[in-house]
Design a protein around this ligand. Sequence first.
Ligand SMILES: NC(=O)c1ccc[n+]([C@@H]2O[C@H](COP(=O)([O-])OP(=O)(O)OC[C@H]3O[C@@H](n4cnc5c(N)ncnc54)[C@H](O)[C@@H]3O)[C@@H](O)[C@H]2O)c1
Length: 256
Amino acid sequence: MGLLTGKRALVVGVANDRSIAAGIAGAMRREGAELAFTYQNDRLRERVEKIADGLGSKVTIPCEVSSDKEIQGAFASLKKHWRSLDILVHSVAYAPREQLDGDYLQGVTREGFLMAHDVSSYSFSALGEAARPMMQGRDAAMLTLTYIGAVKAMPNYNVMGVAKASLEASVRYMASSLGPEGIRVNAISAGPVRTLAASGIKGLRGFLNHVEQVSPLRRNVTIEEIGNVAAFLCSDYAAAVTGEITYVDCGYNSVG
Ligand SMILES: NC(=O)c1ccc[n+]([C@@H]2O[C@H](COP(=O)([O-])OP(=O)(O)OC[C@H]3O[C@@H](n4cnc5c(N)ncnc54)[C@H](O)[C@@H]3O)[C@@H](O)[C@H]2O)c1
């Protein structure tokens, strides 16, 4: 029996097979979970359907997370397939590319700031509230993805770091809202991974090289390893863990 046998997971944030969400979905499937996926737009639809199919899922639903209407529609569609939900994975972030380069204050704009916070932080709260009725009283779990740029100023990460700080605070407030209903809320703070979203950050190669040189494990993390920790955090083995940010970064955050 797997860690997640009998559980149903909705995975938000697969763009391709290098996405962290794809690593998480793979680990959750291996551990016995039944999966459903959302995709951001029609451009990503086929790719997400193919990945879902490879993981035994026929449930793929559109969801642009900056739209309340799309979020409501996504859960209305999900309810046609499943009456209940045990796991929500939120693996979504966006900021305009020009905001992720150079001096924070010189680059940040009201529009970029709002967009980064809307898509990368608020969407977790919005999806959490939409998922809530399907998850009550089930030892359910919500999980999001963050980065050390939330707690340390990292080169070029800029407004995304500010949005991740807001996301990490949301984890604690959501855990407090949902704990009495038997729903846990956690985040994984992942080390850098070469994905579509990360390629928007200037100097990604430098981040990867630096982690390889100074992290205790002298290497970078893989999406499979992030997936394994995600599966654990959403399993009943982590039944007493909520409101936590867990670093999965080969120990990088622990060194000075
Ligand atoms: N790659 C890294 O180095 C790294 C490190 C730590 C944390 N993270 C976080 O992991 C999460 C997943 O990113 P990834 O690196 O796998 O990249 P990715 O590009 O594979 O995934 C990002 C996903 O966000 C989705 N998305 C963006 N805007 C959206 C919107 N408006 N509506 C719906 N979906 C939207 C994209 O469609 C995509 O599926 C993000 O929160 C990211 O900040 C990434």
